[in-house]
Design a protein around this ligand. Structure first.
Ligand code: SAM
Ligand code: SF4
Length: 362
């Protein structure tokens, strides 16, 4: 049964120089988009009580509170449902947060990226550092006790000291969750065509990551996935459903979903989506072998790793003998380690996870 839903809000007022997420600047299409989004939800959603509902983007905070209300009321949620909204700092007023809180939204994810105003300018963000702090305080005053900040490391002109300074500010802001993403430039983003000269290289990026893991641990943020850190009890339940290979609905332009063994991607232009919200850009029925590989691939992203008994009973295999050679190789190299329930990547393993995880795939 599907217990999670992701909704993609495909609008941004401008494009950040590093970003390739699907978003459009033409806000005149917002009303039409929301009308069709409601139709799509009514068409596909089976009425299950949701564990998690996640509004991502793009910039969900370009929606009015009343527009959120019209979407949220289409779902069967209760006080146990984790309802997250991604908010861009410049859109985070007290009234907005209070409105969301009153609708049952209980988790806010703010795109901070860095507290360095010079770098924010270089990467074409619309906000400055002060606005992030203001948004955090506004969300707290409105009642939110589960707030996450996103950071990117490896940004132009960024140093390890500068990045740790960002995390130090975050750790003092009374927030519960932090996501750290290594800068990754896809071919279609602005920076790929206009490469900045002062990008930290891969080794510096890896050092930044290791230093950040250490630093956040010292501040009481437990790492529970490659990129995610939380105070006790504040892991993102929505993202954990992905890493646990659970099913989820994907609604909205360019969203992805996973149901009945099928991974699908929605149409990725607003025009196509408005014309035909039932069509998909891609659907792929996974074989049992592919589902197993995804389960390993996603599970090893988590700091607790994979549960071998669960995998054995779900797939009718003997994991330890099926993957004996890979396991021995990477245990010996110190990139994997055994846990009481199975296996997990070590921190060094996380740095070369692409290589290790590829070996679990035929
Ligand atoms: C789906 S985006 C949307 C968040 C929101 N629109 C914002 O920018 O505040 C979620 C996060 O992905 C990260 N991100 C986006 N593009 C990235 C890139 N090219 N490399 C690394 N992280 C990226 C940013 O930290 C961003 O906050
Ligand atoms: S990072 Fe966020 S605000 Fe910037 S373009 Fe991407 S989705 Fe939009």
């Amino acid at each position: 049964m599907v217990k999670s839903a992701y909704i993609h809000i495909p609008f941004c007022k401008s494009k950040c120089h590093y970003c390739s997420f699907v978003s459009f600047a033409d806000l005149d299409l917002k009303k039409d988009f929301l009308k069709i989004l409601a139709k799509e939800i009514n068409h596909f959603y089976q009425g299950e009580i949701l564990n998690t509902l996640y509004f991502g983007g793009g910039t969900p905070s370009l929606l009015e509170v009343s527009e959120f209300e019209n979407i949220i009321r289409l779902f069967n949620i209760n006080k146990n449902t984790e309802v997250t909204v991604e908010v861009n700092p410049e859109g985070g007023s007290y009234e907005f947060f209070r409105g969301l809180f009153d609708l049952g939204v209980n988790r806010i994810s703010l795109g901070c990226q860095t507290f360095d105003d010079k770098i924010l300018n270089l990467i074409n963000r619309r906000h400055n550092a002060g606005q992030v702090i203001d948004a955090v305080m506004a969300a707290q005053n409105a009642g939110f006790g589960n707030i996450s900040l996103d950071f990117i490391y490896g940004l132009p002109a960024q140093t390890q000291d500068g990045f740790l300074h960002d995390l130090d500010i975050a750790s003092k802001a009374g927030i519960q969750h932090i996501s750290l993403y290594g800068l990754k430039l896809e071919p279609d983003c602005h920076f790929s065509k206009n490469m900045p000269v002062n990008l930290p290289d891969d080794d510096v990026q890896a050092d930044m990551y290791l230093a950040a893991v250490e630093f956040l641990k010292s501040k009481g943020f437990e790492q529970y996935e490659f990129s995610n850190f939380a105070q006790k009890g504040f892991n993102s339940r929505h993202n954990t459903a992905y890493w646990d290979n659970q099913e989820y609905y994907g609604f909205g332009v360019a969203s992805h979903g996973y149901q009945n063994g099928i991974r699908y991607a929605n149409l990725d232009t607003i025009e196509d989506y408005l014309k035909d919200f039932t069509s998909k850009k891609e659907t792929k029925l996974l074989t049992q072998k592919e589902i197993l590989e995804e389960e390993i691939f996603l599970g090893l992203r988590k700091s607790c790793g994979i549960d071998v008994d669960k995998i054995n009973s779900k797939f009718g295999i003997d994991f330890s003998s099926k993957y004996k050679n890979v396991l021995v190789k990477y245990l010996d190299l110190g990139l994997l380690e055994q846990t009481t329930k199975g296996y997990k990547l070590t921190l060094q393993g996380v740095l070369v996870s692409n290589v290790v995880l590829a070996e679990f795939i035929d």
